[in-house]
Write a protein that binds this ligand. Structure first.
Ligand code: SF4
Ligand code: MG
Length: 314
């Protein structure tokens, strides 16, 4: 997948910048049925844009998203509808844009009427049922968005995603705004629901301990690329890419691998408008070689299902 945003409007004019923001720059991964694939990286690495493109909330500059043997970008509006039902998204604050005067139950029912599922009383029953599944109560149906805490809002966000019986849920920083104790409750709930409804998760976060806890496999993103991908244990036991090593070494305690020193990265993440040539990480990499500035490292399988894009492994 590639997604480039043209720079125009006030930002481009004021800054005098021309060109495009390369938000996703050649990203490729598979999502297997029933798994949780974690996408981790700093803000601006392209994680959210990847999630939104997979949902076809935005059209890619190039590339495909294959779901059930179909490229979803080839589908007409009508053909897309049943697919939309199966792919749902959960955001950091699911109700930031909700009308404060509409009862939560009606909001939860909405997807059912859009997809013409069930009649009115069946719809209400379905919502009652879903409220209980996410650890809320039937009487919450009649309350308004502002009456709920952050953790409750996230439970309701999940209920809303689940109401149309999806197969895949793209979770974009679903617990990042919550206190740590509430985070673990919501993560437990996510895992419980995954089992009950046989869900597949694409889990997007900048939080390494969260992604480690929940994911079966992890893709590490940097400047619009997945620089390393591996099953969770492999990735934490043997991080191969210098960026992954730096990312993990910055966390105190249990995530730091014993044989590694803390790696301090030079400078800031470069602008995605003019990403570095060759390896996008070369401006900050402690191991940079000549070739890194010229040639884009290709993704190679090093261990079992463990992929890395770095010239050190050639
Ligand atoms: Fe560092 Fe070169 Fe590997 Fe990029 S390709 S991560 S610059 S060693
Ligand atoms: Mg984001």
């Amino acid at each position: 997948l590639k997604k480039y945003f043209p720079i125009n409007g006030p930002f481009g004019r004021l800054s005098g910048l021309k060109g495009q923001v390369k938000a996703i720059n050649d990203v490729s991964f598979q999502l297997f049925k029933g798994e949780t694939y974690g996408l981790v990286g700093e803000s601006g690495s392209g994680k959210s844009t990847t999630g939104r493109t997979v949902m076809r909330l935005t059209e890619p500059t190039d590339g495909k998203v294959i779901y059930n043997q179909q490229n979803i970008f080839d589908l007409s509006k009508r053909e897309l509808r049943p697919v939309r039902k199966e792919l749902q998204m959960v955001f950091q604050d699911p109700f930031s844009s909700l009308n404060p005067r509409i009862r939560i139950g009606e909001t939860l029912e909405e997807p059912l009427s859009i997809h013409a599922l069930a009649n009115k009383s069946e719809r209400r029953e379905r919502v009652f049922d879903m409220l209980e599944k996410v650890g809320m109560q039937v009487e919450h149906y009649y309350r308004y968005p502002h009456e709920f805490s952050g953790g409750q809002r996230q439970r309701l966000g999940l209920a809303r995603a689940l109401i149309s019986n999806p197969k895949v849920i793209i979770c974009d920083e679903p617990v990042s705004a919550l206190d740590v104790s509430i985070q673990s409750q919501v993560i437990n709930l996510l895992q419980q629901l995954q089992e009950e409804f046989q869900l597949t998760y694409l889990f997007i976060t900048h939080d390494i301990s969260v992604v480690r806890h929940i994911s079966d496999r992890i893709g590490v993103m940097y400047l619009g690329k997945i620089v390393e991908e591996a099953p969770t244990d492999n990735l934490f036991n043997t991080p191969l890419h210098p960026y992954t090593q730096a990312l993990f070494s910055a966390i105190p305690g249990k995530h730091r691998t014993q044989h590694r020193e803390r790696i301090i990265l030079k400078g800031e993440i470069p602008s995605p408008i003019n990403p570095p040539t060759g390896c996008v990480f070369h401006t900050r990499c402690p191991f940079v070689k000549d070739i890194c500035r010229k040639e884009i490292p290709q993704r190679k399988e090093i261990g079992q299902r463990h992929y890395v894009a770095c010239h050190l492994y050639e």
